[in-house]
Ligand binder design. Structure first.
Ligand SMILES: NC(=O)c1ccc[n+]([C@@H]2O[C@H](COP(=O)([O-])OP(=O)(O)OC[C@H]3O[C@@H](n4cnc5c(N)ncnc54)[C@H](OP(=O)(O)O)[C@@H]3O)[C@@H](O)[C@H]2O)c1
Length: 246
């Protein structure tokens, strides 16, 4: 894809991977709108990168998703790229989980329902734009789950599956459907300090953006690149090693 001259709506862009992607789109000469729940984090990002546009939105809420799309397409009629990046990750032991379902459900709503809904809301607008694209941020865990984040891993497998079907269905419309498949990246995902073992976010973002610019449709990095290309036997072995069971 061409990284310049786009108008990009990127969910969860005030921190981590989303902010790193947003900054690279800006640097390439695109207009970028980021959204998230925390107004202070959005303001902080905007202070560091004054040309960013920001919008407070909880993508867990269907009405807020509809209002986000209405606002963004009205204010930025040239909007041609959606990046579904917002996500949360919860460590859950299902054998001993007393959490109420409404709380539990949020991971599914934010990681799967929201990106599917945002894509469907924006397709009519995107099909009128030149060089339109939908970019979904999945995970290496889409391919081999980490058992300590069982719901998260399932949501990312679902989003990967949806991305394949969406790419197939939208091929005649000219809307590209792309997938970024991160490995563990050093961000605050799941809470501060839980991903310090991950790869540096800037190195990851530089690599995936260069490969998207070169025309690739599904892009991993390090271990997630191996996962997305692995055989079933290799994925089973990864699962065994990652989850420390013989
Ligand atoms: N870091 C990793 O190891 C890793 C690996 C594979 C995939 N990923 C994926 O990469 C994406 C970005 O994660 P990250 O690692 O950059 O973590 P992060 O720094 O925690 O970023 C997640 C972003 O999503 C936003 N967000 C979460 N829930 C939201 C909601 N309901 N509405 C709007 N925005 C929401 C957060 O902002 P607010 O809290 O202010 O809303 C935050 O800016 C996620 O989809 C994640 O699953 C990350």
């Amino acid at each position: 894809m061409n990284l310049s001259n786009n108008t990009v709506l990127l969910t969860g862009g005030a921190s981590g991977i989303g902010l790193a992607l947003a900054v690279r789109f800006l640097q390439a000469g695109s207009e970028v709108i980021i959204c998230g729940r925390r107004a202070d984090k959005l303001a902080e990002a905007q202070q560091r990168h004054p040309s960013l546009h920001t919008y407070v939105c909880d993508v867990a809420n269907a009405a807020e998703r509809m209002e986000l799309v209405r606002w963004a397409t009205t204010k930025f009629p040239r909007l041609n790229v959606l990046v579904n990046n917002a996500g949360i990750q919860n460590r859950v032991q299902l054998a001993d989980d007393a959490t109420d379902w409404e709380t539990r459900r949020q991971e599914i709503v934010i990681n799967v329902e929201a990106p599917i809904h945002l894509a469907t809301l924006l397709i009519p607008h995107l099909r009128e734009q030149p060089l339109a694209a939908i970019i979904n941020v999945t995970s290496g865990l889409s391919f081999a789950p980490a058992a300590f984040v069982p719901i998260y891993s399932a949501t990312k497998a679902a989003l990967h599956s949806f991305t394949l079907s969406l790419r197939h269905q939208l091929a005649p419309t000219g809307i590209s459907v792309l997938e970024i498949v991160p490995p563990a990246v050093d961000t605050d995902l799941g809470g501060p300090g839980l991903h310090t073992f991950g790869v540096p976010v800037d190195a990851f973002a530089d690599s995936v953006m260069a490969r998207l610019a070169a025309g690739e449709q599904e892009v991993g990095y390090g271990t997630s690149e191996k996962s997305r290309l692995a055989s079933r036997a290799e994925l089973d072995e990864q699962f065994r090693l990652m989850n420390n069971r013989s």
